[in-house]
Design a protein around this ligand. Sequence first.
Ligand SMILES: [Zn+2]
Length: 258
Amino acid sequence: MTMQQTQQIWLKEVECPLCYEEFMTENIWQGKVAVVEEYPDLGKKYSGLNPLYYSVWVCPNCLYADLRGDDFESTGKLNDESFENDYNILKLVKGKVDFTQARTFPAAIASYKLAILTAKHKKKSVAKIGTFNMRLAWLYRSLKKEKQEDKFIAYALKFYLEAFTTEDEPDFGNMSQGGITYLLGELYRRTGDLRQAVNFFQKVVNDKALNSEPKYMKMARLGWESLKDNPKANEPDPDEEQSPPAEDNASSDKASSE
Ligand SMILES: [Zn+2]
């Protein structure tokens, strides 16, 4: 389907900062976006068009991809040569998805995968790669593809955590410290590490330095509350617990089966 201007979509001509080809891209009027539901991991269910389809601009010529606007305009350390090393991956996408046409689900998925590739070459932000993976999870959820959703949630968590240890100022977009701390708790909950989930929810509620917004305080309290009586959330931390467990501690399966 060709791109066309509608009540929800406006078209913009963009020049690729890498190959200098000009192309048209779809953009969504934020005022026309209808949110039906917000999930605990901050993903949203929409009626009508899903704005996640349109947030990554992709050059149809060289497949350079990044978030619309300033991020796309600035190529950072990326250059043609380093990008072309991944040309085989690019060609795979290029045969399947046509970015000159209206954005579809497969194109939306491909746009984030290309944006991840771009981010790696820009050496810009591990945190941002986390966010792209998070959005992939939300997109798969919108079509009820649970296995893919779970896979990308685990990736998002991995990259967000890596960002904290490797980057001085991780780029979490407009997410606050309290927000990202809450989200990590929720991602731990979804990947089954309930002890860490509680740990992060508690931080949001108790750590004054985070200055968490009321929204995240409330969501973290709810998350914490829901796990309070779950035995898995109360297991000792294997990394912190260096001394052998006390005799009356029956949390070890091996010890209790002897
Ligand atoms: Zn280009």
